[in-house]
Structures are given as C-alpha cells and as structure tokens.
Ligand binder design. Structure first.
Ligand SMILES: NC(=O)c1ccc[n+]([C@@H]2O[C@H](COP(=O)([O-])OP(=O)(O)OC[C@H]3O[C@@H](n4cnc5c(N)ncnc54)[C@H](OP(=O)(O)O)[C@@H]3O)[C@@H](O)[C@H]2O)c1
Length: 476
C-alpha cells in the first residue's frame, strides 16, 4: 500500500513524486499520458514507487486514510482529474488539489466532494520545480480534521525552516489554502516588479555594468531582506548568453507574461475594498509591457521620457527604497488575507501563513520570522504596520522610498510599484483624507447623501448648481 498518490506528472507533479520518494514515502503515480508515469516509475526502479494505468487501481493502491494529490493544470483539467478519481475514493479519504485553482473553483469542488463524503483540501504549493524536488512550502486549507489525517505525510514532504519546523501548516477553512496561494502569487508579482524597477534605475540611469548590478543586488540581499527573489535576480544578472556572451537577461524580450494569479489578487483587493495598490500596479506594469507595438509607436511619435536630474540617489537610498516597498507589498497581502478571512469566513491563521512562507516558498524572506512572532503574540492586530517592530523597519526607510520615488518621477523612469507602495503608506497614515470632497460632489450631482463629522445620520443638501440651473417646477 502506498502512502501518497500523485495524479499529474507535469513539472510539479513529477518533482513532488520524487521528493516524496526521497523522504521515505511510498508513492503511487498516475498521469493522463500514461507512458510518462510508467517511464518515471521505471527510472526510479523501486517497488515503493509504482505507476498505474487506471484510476481505480491507482486509488485502491493507497493506504487508508488515503492521501491523493491532484497536480494538474488549474481549471477544466482539475475538474477532469477530480471526476476521474472521486468515484473510487471512500469516506475518510482526503483529496488534495495542489494546483493553482481559483478559490471559487475550490469552493465548488469542495461542496461536490462533501456530497460524496470525501474530504477536500485545497492546497497552495510554492517553490517551483526545484522547490518541489527539494522541499516546497505547502498551504493546505479546508476540512481541519481531514488535515490532521494527512499532516504527517505533508510535513515529511515540505521544506524545513531554520528552526526545524516544517513549511506546512493549516491555513484555514474551506478555500483558505488556495486563497493564501493566490495572495502569495500577488506578492510575487509585486516583488518582481519592484526588482525590475530597481534594475531599471541601476542599469539604464546609473549606467551600472553587469558586475556592479549583481553586486548591488547581492548587498541588498541581507538581514531581514535576505530572500529568494533578490538572490535570484543577483544570480540572473551573472548568467551570460551562450550565443552572444552578453548577459542573457539583456537578450530577453521586454514582454512579461503571467498566468493570472496576480490579476486575481488585485481583483480581490478591489472587490473587498482593501489596499491593493501594489498588486494593481504590478499587473498594469505587465500589461503595459505586453503593449510593445504601442510603446514603440509612442516612443517614436512622442519621444522617450528621460529627463536627467542632477544627482543620482545614493546606493543606500536605492536599496532602502526597495526594502520599504517590498515590506509594504507583504503588508498589503496580509491585510487582504485578514479581510478575506472575515468576509468569506476562512478563519485564516495569519501566523501560520507567515511561518509557511519562510522556507521553500518563492516569497520567502527573513522578515517573515519577525512578522510571525508578532502575529503569534497578537493575532488580532489588523495591519502589519501596527506592529512597532514592523513599522520601525519601514519608518527607517521611509525617507529613502520618498527620495527614490521622487527621483524616479523627475527622471521619467516609470516606477509604478514603488509609487503605489509609497502612496499606500502615506494614505494609510492620514487622519483625514480628501474623501469629504468626493462625498460632497456625489451628493451635489446625484443626491447620494453624505455623513457628517459632528453627528450620526445621513444628510443631503440642495447644492446650488454651478451652472445656475434650477430644477424646473411642474407646470400648474
Ligand atoms: N510550475 C510551477 O512553478 C507551479 C508552482 C506551484 C503550483 N503550480 C500548479 O501546479 C499544477 C501543475 O503545474 P505544472 O507546472 O506541473 O504543469 P501543468 O502544465 O500545469 O500541468 C501538467 C499536468 O496536467 C495534466 N493535464 C493537463 N490537462 C489535463 C486533463 N484535461 N486531464 C488530466 N490531466 C491533465 C498533464 O497531463 P499530460 O502529461 O497527460 O499532459 C500533466 O500531468 C498547476 O495547477 C500549476 O498552476 C505550478
């Protein structure tokens, strides 16, 4: 009998299956294209790694309570795999979807599984190909009791934090796991956009050569900001193109793709009315990059935007601005998770999120340990910036973010994610915003009413028309 069944052997499924085998679990694999499963099992060459041609035999080979992990393309493919195995599962079994499902699809599948008395766990997985092979971050949500039945197997699979804890923990009810993964990807979008803006400044305005560029990112990858993505960028900057011997990154077309999870995050922030300006900025920036023909036409017709201001910000200003903006993006992610948790009754454990993202995850960064500590101590605190320790990280860098953003504006260098982070930071701390003017205008043209600062209630004023018009009286 096998400890875990993996359905779907793409990049992620294959590497997770090999990881499961490495950590001592007995593995059953199934794939739509069956040859792939049998070829993989032959490669492993161990009876504790077995391929199956039929879903019935695949499911029957698993020890109970069964742990069956779907690792197929999100969307209709997940429905197809789900329906293929559901008839063979029995009460007590746990079906886990490890794909990047939209949380609404997870809610639908969870309800369908419940009818069949099968526990359904939507689980975000992070770490990419290498993470899957060497230890991913796992974000399971759904039936809490079902999670306890499979927890030890998932803990074996997951990456480890420096203190030995696993990069897996229960995220919350129903679709919480996939929601957390969506926000993880939203943060990943912003982080990459911020890094791209930081690279743009050094490469195209400061005029750094590739060695200096890599060094700048290496020096920024320290202390609380030591992270996978800053390290990745540093590394990428050192890789030459075998054909031209130039840095490979310079030979790559400036058109950013994506699979939509960043857009989902921005949409959710808009829908729930919570600060998500950095997510929206990152998605817009990718969209604009894809408008390449239009950009080339505008550059030709209107000229490129460069203005050369007198002085370049110091290296420390560039670095601290990046650090502050990165932290603000995470803060927006955690604030969104808190609001979603209340709105959808996910009961997300934010400290567990901060724990799991510390290792294996693409968004792993050292300051998450500080955030986790604060969240464990005070889980009700409504925004990460309200933790004095976290605010101190930003406060120390606020001036740098302001200087860098202002410099980028004067230079004509688009820095939408830095600017969005700064505007959020400034707006968040305003006791009084100019929204009173918006309310006055709404009431003036649409009688939408307003609330007052000095008493409860809803008010309407007959504002004089700016063009001197009067509402015609009905003729008597
Ligand atoms: N790549 C990453 O870094 C990453 C990270 C985290 C999560 N994820 C998520 O993990 C899941 C798997 O990703 P992936 O990168 O390994 O590859 P993928 O290309 O998204 O999925 C490939 C797998 O899906 C199967 N599949 C496709 N259509 C199917 C259908 N209609 N019915 C049954 N099976 C079908 C494929 O089977 P065949 O071999 O027969 O084509 C293959 O096993 C996705 O949901 C993805 O979003 C990916």
């Amino acid at each position: 009998m096998h400890d875990i069944g993996i359905y779907g052997l793409g990049v992620m499924g294959e590497n997770l299956a090999l990881r499961a085998h490495d950590v001592g679990l007995s593995v059953a694999v199934f794939n739509r294209t069956k040859d792939k499963a049998f070829a993989l099992a032959a490669r492993v060459g161990n009876p504790r790694f077995e391929a199956f041609a039929e879903p019935a035999a695949f499911v029957a080979s698993l020890r109970r309570p069964r742990l069956l992990l779907l690792m197929v393309t999100a969307g209709p493919a997940t429905d197809a795999a789900f329906e293929a195995v559901l008839p063979f599962l029995e009460e007590g079994d746990v079906l886990v979807d490890g794909g990047n499902a939209h949380y609404e699809d997870t809610l639908r599948r969870e309800a369908r599984a419940r009818q069949a008395r099968i526990a359904y766990v939507g689980m975000g997985i992070s770490g990419g190909e290498l993470g899957a092979r060497t230890g991913p971050a796992l974000m399971p949500g759904g039936d809490a009791e079902a999670y306890t039945r499979i927890a030890s197997r998932l803990e074996a699979l997951a990456a480890r934090l420096p203190d030995g804890r696993p990069a897996v923990a229960y995220m919350g009810k129903s679709a919480a796991g996939h929601y957390v993964k969506m926000v993880h990807n939203g943060i990943e979008y912003v982080f990459l956009q911020l890094l791209a803006e930081a690279y743009d400044a050094l490469r195209n305005v400061y005029g750094y050569a590739s060695v200096e560029l890599a060094d700048a990112f290496a020096r920024a990858n320290q202390g609380p900001w030591e992270s996978y993505l800053i390290g990745l960028v540093r590394h990428i900057l050192t890789v030459p193109d075998p054909e031209t011997s130039q840095p490979l990154v310079e030979q790559i077309l400036d058109v950013a793709e994506g699979k939509g999870t960043g857009l989902w995050t921005a949409e959710e922030a808009l829908r729930l009315g919570v600060g998500g300006s950095t997510f929206a900025a990152a998605v817009h920036a990718r969209n604009l990059s894809r408008e390449r023909d239009l950009r080339l036409a505008c550059a030709e017709a209107c000229g490129e935007p460069w203005h050369r201001p007198e002085a370049l910000p110091a290296y420390e200003t560039w670095r601290d601005a990046l650090h502050a903006a990165v932290l603000i993006a995470y803060a927006q992610g955690f604030a969104l998770l808190r609001r979603a948790s209340e709105t959808y009754d996910f009961a997300v454990d934010l400290a567990n999120v901060a724990q799991v993202w510390q290792s294996g995850a693409i968004v792993r960064i050292r300051f998450l340990a500080n955030l986790e500590r604060n969240l464990r101590r005070s889980p009700e605190t409504s925004h990460p910036l309200l933790f004095p320790e976290i605010w101190e990280f930003v406060r120390e860098r606020e001036n740098a973010l302001r200087s860098f953003a202002a410099w980028a504006v004067r230079t004509g260098m688009p820095a939408p994610a830095h600017l969005a982070a700064l505007a959020d930071l400034d707006g968040l701390r305003r006791r009084r915003l100019p929204a009173n003017l918006i309310q006055a205008a709404r009431d003036a043209f649409g009688a939408h009413t307003y609330r007052r600062i000095d008493r409860e209630g809803s008010f309407h004023t007959s504002w004089p028309d700016p063009e001197g018009r009067e509402i015609p009286r009905p003729r008597s």
